[in-house]
Design a protein around this ligand. Sequence first.
Ligand code: ATP
Length: 429
Amino acid sequence: MLLHVGIDDTDSKEGMCTTYVGAVAIGGLKAQGVKLEEYPKLIRLNPNWKLKTRGNCAIAFTTRVKKHQIPAVKETVLRAVEELAELHVETTNPGVVFYESERVPVRLRKFSKKVVQDIVTIDEAEVLARKIGAEVHKFKLGRGIIGALAAIGNPLERDRTFELIAYRTPENRGTLRKVDAASVVRMNDQTFPRTFDNLDPFTGEIRITPHTPCPILYGIRGEDAETTLGAHELVKALEPIERFIVYKTNQGTDEHLRRAKVAGVKPYWSVIVEGEVSSAPKIILGGHVIFSMRDKTGEIDCAAYEPTRQFRDVAKRLIVGDKVVAYGGVKEKPELPLTINLEKLSILKLAPVLRKVNPTCPRCGKRMKSEGKGKGYSCKRCKVRVSASAAKIVEVRREIEVGAFEVPPRARRHLARPLVRVAYLRREY
Ligand code: ATP
């Protein structure tokens, strides 16, 4: 029979990572001869959720087991969570879910989608678990059962990527990560775009190593598991690797985004909104760029924040009337209008900027001078005069072009689909 296992909320800002807890539990199961049906899943949940620790991720995996093996599987998973979770930290409230079923029911899939795109309560998770017959284990508040159920319920059907994660040995955690930067550049040269987000294209900064005190040494993201495994062989770690694992994930898939009209946009959602720029971009304290856009239903602010660097240059050059599609998370701040924190921006059509140009003299060809508003033009040298209607209206070249733009990898949400993936999926590589 199939046994699905979900785990979430084991880490804190000080350390640990749910992906590591999953890797240890899976390692323990393999040692007992229990095999996974497929790659384990790393599911990113709503990126706007305020109680997340970092990247709001949960993990799940499925094993095919005989009935008598089930108690040992549960025991191994629960022990890994008990031993590794940051239970001493108030905000860490782990949850584990076991679910025996050959199929993932529609209502669990719907719940899973809601956890990625919206907000749910612990009660909702418990009611659902009861209805479908899933077994939940709550540690402290047990908030993690939300993510654990959501990870089991995500079929990763429409799109998916993979991430190979290599972990540090305990004595090195919390110290500077030692990875040969040149080997990462070589790996990127050989595997991009089947792997992505290895380097920041503007600064050259290595992006596979995190900057948090968690056990991860590096993570390599890619289109398929084999490529991430090959890329891992190319990266030279200058410290020991305790273990590594490949997760199948919803990272880089845009699964968090939903199309919306301005009037329907809600806080904590991530949206795709099409409209027209309705107020000119302004740069506010801190270097953030803010403009408004409008559709038939209303007006909303859009923000390109300082860490998005070059992306702000695109936002800055928009003018009223430009037709755009904004992609991003919706933030609610006291006394401020709802704001879309831009992750991507498509410019569909640029509003024309027109400039009046003085006519040239029909005799000498030189540019004529204006005689004053509505009074026509004259050439001082040839003494020729022409009427005001002789002026030409020309379109000024804009400093931006129609196209799609995105924030750099350092500022990108885990769930946001990088433009390189869009091109890759369209077979443009
Ligand atoms: P890391 O990425 O390092 O694993 P994290 O950012 O995933 O950490 P958690 O420690 O897992 O953060 O905390 C998030 C908590 O919020 C979990 O208990 C999870 O079940 C819950 N949660 C996640 N998404 C939602 C949501 N959309 N609605 C309600 N609760 C959520």
